[in-house]
Design a protein around this ligand. Structure first.
Ligand code: HEC
Length: 280
């Protein structure tokens, strides 16, 4: 990267992250020590996959799927995730995809929302007002169900069904959004995620438009996020990165959110689904 740009970027990033940083009192852990501690914890969780707390959320998701709920008092068991009503195994590996009944391309969370509305009669507009958990709170229902569905494709190669006209359009829109600079900092996703080995402090920033890196990280979502002690979904990740750009709130299930996820999963095609993963 050009040196001046690096400096400008570093300055803006410092401004962007001051909010979340509190100077440690004397004798407290430095940010670096905390990061190393977190990395050790992540390592331990990886060595014993069954200790991943996200599996509890996956269990909750499975239960929610099969429990009658909503004004229609129905379960989600007839929800079609793309492979036919009720077929869960392997469905996540082929998402996002076009859904004829809904007339649009959907990622897993958008599809769950749609099924909650169509089958259970939920008011989804109400749900998306606050769809993501705060730090320390457990992932909400859609995220728990998404964690379970993703886990049921674990070990399968990502093969999103995005080859049709609508799929290609979603990927193209996602690519445009990924590269479009906007907001008060004039950032694009590419500002932080289009070079190898970039970091903000000690956080590694994956080069998401590079299939080699996308194939490793994208399939780990939804993931247990150690620093906020809950499962974070891909929709939540998109929301948070848009927030870091100080952009207007990214609505869960919106066309923009689905397009960004389509772009990322298209880059990750061929990589393995390894959800739920473990993140910083
Ligand atoms: C200001 C820099 C910045 C911008 C701009 C940004 N991100 Fe991020 N992104 C981050 C950071 C920092 C993390 C890691 C967060 C963490 O570990 O908690 C991250 C993580 C991610 C991840 C998860 C990577 C992994 O390790 O699995 C994805 C996916 C992602 N961002 C996508 C996007 C997209 C899409 C956009 C544009 C809408 C975007 N980001 C814009 C800083 C940025």
């Amino acid at each position: 990267m050009h040196k001046l740009m690096t400096l400008a970027l570093a300055g803006s990033l410092a401004a962007a992250f001051t909010l979340s940083l509190v100077a440690p009192p004397a004798g407290a852990q430095t940010e670096e020590e905390t990061q190393r501690g977190l990395e050790r914890f992540r390592q331990m969780l990886r060595e014993d996959p069954w200790s991943n707390p996200a599996l509890l959320d996956a269990d909750r998701g499975e239960m929610l799927w099969a429990t009658p709920a909503g004004p229609s008092n129905a379960t989600l068991e007839d929800c079609d995730l793309g492979l036919g009503p009720g077929v869960v195994d392997g469905a996540f590996a082929q998402l996002p995809r076009w859904f004829e009944d809904a007339g649009r391309v959907m990622d897993v969370e958008t599809r769950i929302l749609w099924c909650m509305q169509e089958l259970q009669g939920f008011d989804v507009a109400e749900y998306v007002k606050k769809p993501h958990p705060s730090g320390g709170q457990p992932v909400k229902d859609v995220g728990a169900i998404a964690t379970w569905i993703a886990n049921r494709s674990e070990g399968e190669a990502f093969a999103p069904a995005l080859d049709d006209e609508a799929g290609r359009q979603a990927v193209a829109m996602g690519e445009a959004l990924f590269n479009r600079r906007s907001g008060p900092f004039d950032f694009s996703c590419a500002t932080c995620h289009a070079a190898s080995g970039q970091r903000i402090r000690l956080q590694e920033l994956p080069y998401l438009s590079d299939p080699a890196e996308a194939q490793v990280v994208v399939g780990e979502w939804p993931a247990y996020r150690v620093s906020s002690t809950h499962v974070m979904t891909m929709q939540h990740r998109m929301y948070d990165c848009y927030w870091q750009m100080r952009m207007p709130k990214l609505e869960m299930g919106s066309e923009a959110s689905v397009a960004l996820i389509s772009y990322l999963v298209d880059k990750a095609a061929g990589g393995d689904v390894a959800a739920p993963g473990i993140k910083r």
